[in-house]
Design a protein around this ligand. Structure first.
Ligand code: SF4
Ligand code: SF4
Length: 470
């Protein structure tokens, strides 16, 4: 073996040629689609990921059916601007909470990525789970491993090819249809999707059209587009270049141990036997030995493949493993860096703020406007009245009866209707505020109106009361 410093120098020199970054494995030199047929992964990491994906899939297909108080636990209804998270309904009026929630999520993603790289992509991204753990497995089952897939591709259209390709298309399309149903269930609610089945496509043509569009999108992605979603489309992957540093934990090749690569047990060689097993299993078609690359989704398939080779040649496992650049090059332990500490402080502050906003969130939001075009009205007994409109949003699942009271001012509120706001609805009504002329010190008087439910103040609103010029 060469001294470590020499290994690093040789490896870094070999990386001077960065031409591998000039192309993507999924596109040929002529610009055509190059299908990658990775070898079927097997090993400890793959097994753990498989178990995790089963749990994930059960959750994905169960969540739309779970309800709290008759409402789904999760709903992201962009069309009706209604969002339910953990059974709590959020309205456009809660935009501020949503914005803070989004900001917290972004900081969490940054913190997570700085520390663990693309761990999310490999283990929890729906695209990877469905592609690698569902559709790819079905493909292996129907068409066989990589070599058989390539053989099938090269053979003329005979019965075997027709049957296998036909079966794949039918199964892929059916699964895409199933996923589209559930995906739509997360947007409009699974009950609405169910109505489509019960009441027919002509009654719910909009839902049906969305279902068909989503089905074809998923079918296109999993049959043809595949890993390109991670390489070309996903913005998260693009962020890696600015978020990762030398302390980020990634799927990495230990070049100190592995270089120079060559025949096993040959004097001067490192542990990498240049067998390309790690490249053959890679679903994005890269060679992890070239270092961190945008295309790596941290799927761990290369870890398993290399571990198997290490077992075979009697060397310790972990030539490819989760490690940071500093772990490998400088033998440093994983550190909690100042950058991580800073992000943690910001994240903690945001989480606390978000918690306060959620706990103090009012069940009702109200807005008062003076009725347009209306001045003041003179009443008997030196009294003056103003007409107002009030708009209310009931964010709860119960009917709310409200009272309006003038705050800190003698006077009267006359309601046009009872303020009964139906559950999860908007409500609008009008009311008069009546004051004595003596109470007015100027043409415009600021007044405060309390909104009460069962004697408990929900909100205080401000308004302007108009009177005659003094
Ligand atoms: S390099 Fe390894 S971890 Fe990265 S995508 Fe390829 S097989 Fe997966
Ligand atoms: S699988 Fe391991 S030994 Fe084989 S080429 Fe990859 S890194 Fe080298």
């Amino acid at each position: 073996m060469l001294p470590e410093s020499e290994n690093i120098a040789i490896y870094k020199k070999s990386l001077m040629d960065q031409s591998f970054r000039d192309s993507v494995a999924t596109i040929t030199k002529e610009g055509n689609r190059n299908y990658i047929s990775p070898q079927k992964p097997k090993g400890k990491m793959y097994n753990v990921r498989s178990y995790f994906s089963y749990f994930y899939l059960v959750l994905f297909f169960t969540l739309p059916f779970l309800k709290i108080g008759g409402e789904p636990v999760f709903l992201i209804n962009i069309l009706e601007r209604k969002f339910i998270l953990f059974g709590k309904i959020f309205w456009p009026q809660d935009f501020f909470i949503f914005a803070i929630g989004l900001l917290t999520f972004v900081v969490f993603v940054i913190l997570f990525t700085v520390a663990f790289g693309r761990l999310f992509c490999g283990w929890a991204c729906p695209q990877t789970i469905f592609m690698e753990m569902v559709f790819r497995k079905i493909e292996f089952w129907i068409e066989g491993d990589a070599t058989q897939q390539r053989k099938l591709k090269a053979m003329p259209w005979n019965t075997e090819k027709l049957l296998k390709r036909g079966a794949k298309i039918v199964v892929f399309f059916s699964l895409s249809f199933l996923i589209a149903n559930f995906f739509l269930g997360y947007i409009i609610g699974i009950d609405e999707v169910g109505k489509l089945v019960e009441e027919g496509i002509f009654v719910h043509f909009g839902t049906f059209s969305a279902l068909i569009i989503f089905t074809f999108v998923f079918f296109f992605v999993y049959l043809w587009f595949r890993e390109q979603a991670c390489l070309i489309v996903c913005p998260y992957g693009r962020l890696q270049g600015v978020l990762l540093d030398k302390n980020s934990i990634l799927v990495a090749y230990d070049y100190v141990r592995g270089e120079p690569r060559g025949k096993v047990n040959e004097a001067g060689n490192g542990d990498c036997v240049n067998c390309h097993a790690c490249v053959r299993v890679c679903p994005t078609g890269i060679d992890i030995r070239n270092g961190t690359q945008l295309e790596c989704v941290n799927c761990t398939a290369c870890i398993d493949a290399c571990n198997e080779i290490m077992d075979h040649i009697g060397k310790p496992q972990g030539l490819i493993r989760y490690a940071s650049e500093n772990n490998i090059a400088n033998k440093e332990k994983t550190r909690y860096t100042w950058r991580l500490k800073l992000y943690t402080i910001v994240l903690t502050a945001l989480l606390s703020f978000l918690a306060i906003l959620l706990v103090t969130r009012a069940d009702v939001s109200a807005r008062i406007l003076r009725t347009p075009g209306q001045m003041y009205q003179n009443l008997p007994d030196h009294k003056i009245s103003n007409l107002y409109n009030i708009k209310l949003a009931n964010k709860t699942r119960r009917l709310i009866h409200l009272d309006l009271k003038l705050e800190g001012l003698a006077g009267e509120i006359k309601l046009v209707n009872q303020v009964d706001v139906p559950r999860e609805s908007y409500f609008q009504t009008s009311f008069f505020v009546v004051l004595n002329k003596e109470q007015l010190k100027a043409r415009k008087t600021k007044i405060k109106i309390g909104v009460y439910e069962n004697g408990l103040k929900m909100e205080t609103l401000s308004a302007v009361f108009l009177g005659p010029s003094l």
